[in-house]
Design a protein around this ligand. Structure first.
Ligand SMILES: [Mg+2]
Length: 426
């Protein structure tokens, strides 16, 4: 986990420079699913809510991969050998993991977060940092953003998450841990030190049992103790790098930026409907909306795609994926929609209504003006008309300035977008 703090991307350094120049206080959210795998399992086993439930592979040699809070009360935790967990909590209900489902829910949650801001750094399957500093004017106070995310995760995926808000990633992460389960904790910037100081040192990200023991021998038990300790003493006990890093964090000095993934191999969006939809105009509208969202993100990153993928899940939970690779890359909603619609038309739904539909853009290449490789792509076939691309790019600019509702095809009903939710309430 520790390495994550030291890595600073180019954009991150720029962000920090801007922060330093303007004196803006960063606002970071840490969003963390509660007992993620177990919570996902309980969606299909609601009768087990409130009971100790352990998710673990078959056989006595396996380890626990997740446990509900009721099972944790017996001392069960993830990575614990199955045999030990059985002894601690013999009455627990055991469920085998369904990793494909977890990956799918994770993907959906991350998509939801990226609809709030592109500044999302996923740190594991079920947690991510969001830098909302630049989004506060658009989306409202951080606490409101956090509560909206919590509501959307609950409604959209049937699981709960906890949100920590602070002026840095480390403070936000500690806050979400304190908010668990199903809570939100905001640490106002001017209360950061008051919040940190009474905590045990293992609350700091990266303090393991060994560091904890070494510091305890010096009488350093709380974060406040650590903050007040002379650096040479700490260096002798836990080494130079560790000492500098932990002492800075204990003093609330953590400028590590939220670094969004730079090397996305694909991007997309999907939606699970409250009520399954038959083939028809409503399904088509949903598809258009997903195409719009994903192509906006594509263009925002200066990318184009060569492959358009479609995923359809019918009411019987059968999932079909189709993809088509184009001769030349595209980035307009119109071009992607044409492909997605023809893929959908070719899917045999067996007369069943659709439960989930998703669009995925793959084979991403740098857009115009950035990559030399594009001249090769251009040679490969006809490109999208420049006028169309220019029109959609202009619409992106308007959306950036005035919000997502400013430019939309008239019939769209947006069910996915946080910004839109807010505007509807105004
Ligand atoms: Mg979690």
């Amino acid at each position: 986990m520790r390495e994550g703090w030291g890595r600073v991307g180019v954009s991150g350094r720029l962000d920090n420079d801007v922060m330093a120049e303007t004196g803006v206080t960063r606002t970071v959210l840490h969003v963390d699913m509660d007992a993620f795998f177990a919570s996902v399992e309980l969606r299909t086993r609601p009768e087990l809510r409130g009971q100790p439930v352990v998710v673990a592979g078959a056989g006595e040699r396996g380890v626990v991969v997740a446990a509900t809070y009721e099972a944790r009360a017996f001392g069960v935790h993830s990575a614990m050998p199955v045999g030990q967990a059985r002894r601690l909590c013999p009455q627990a209900v055991w469920i085998e993991p369904h990793r494909a489902v977890y990956a799918e829910v994770s993907h959906g949650v991350m998509e939801l977060l990226r609809a709030v801001t592109p500044l999302v750094q996923q740190v594991s399957i079920d947690e991510a940092f969001l830098d909302v500093t630049g989004a506060l004017r658009r989306l409202g106070p951080a606490r409101q953003i956090g509560e909206r995310i919590r509501a959307q995760v609950r409604q959209g995926f049937g699981i709960t998450c906890s949100v920590g808000i602070g002026r840095s990633k480390s403070v936000a992460k500690i806050a979400s841990t304190r908010a668990k389960p199903d809570g939100l904790l905001e640490v106002p910037p001017d209360q950061t030190l008051a919040f940190l100081r009474p905590l045990p040192i293992n609350a700091l990200w990266g303090v393991g049992a060994k560091t904890e023991a070494a510091l305890a021998r010096l009488g350093i038990v709380t974060v406040g103790d650590l903050a007040d300790s002379p650096l040479p003493t700490l260096v002798r006990a836990i080494g130079q790098a560790n000492a500098m890093h932990l002492r800075a964090m204990a003093n609330g000095q953590d400028n590590a930026p939220v670094v969004p993934e730079r090397d996305e191999k694909s991007l997309g969006a999907e939606v699970t409907f409250d009520t399954d939809l038959p083939r028809g105009p409503e399904l088509r509208r949903a598809l258009l909306q997903l195409v719009e969202r994903s192509t906006q993100r594509l263009r925002a990153q200066g990318l184009m795609c060569r492959t358009v993928g479609l995923k359809v899940r019918t009411s019987d939970f059968t999932t079909v994926s189709r993809a088509r690779t184009l001769d030349s890359p595209v980035d307009s909603a119109k071009a992607v929609l044409a492909v997605a619609e023809s893929l959908l038309a070719a899917v045999n739904l067996h007369g069943l209504p659709v439960r989930l539909i998703g669009v995925r853009l793959e084979n991403l290449v740098q857009g115009e003006g950035q990559a030399v490789q594009l001249t090769l792509d251009q040679a490969a076939g006809p490109r999208e008309p420049a006028a169309l691309r220019a029109a959609e790019a202009a619409a992106d600019q308007v959306r950036l300035r005035f919000g997502p509702k400013a430019v939309r095809p008239g019939t769209l009903v947006d069910t996915l977008c946080l910004e839109d939710d807010r505007q509807e309430r105004r």
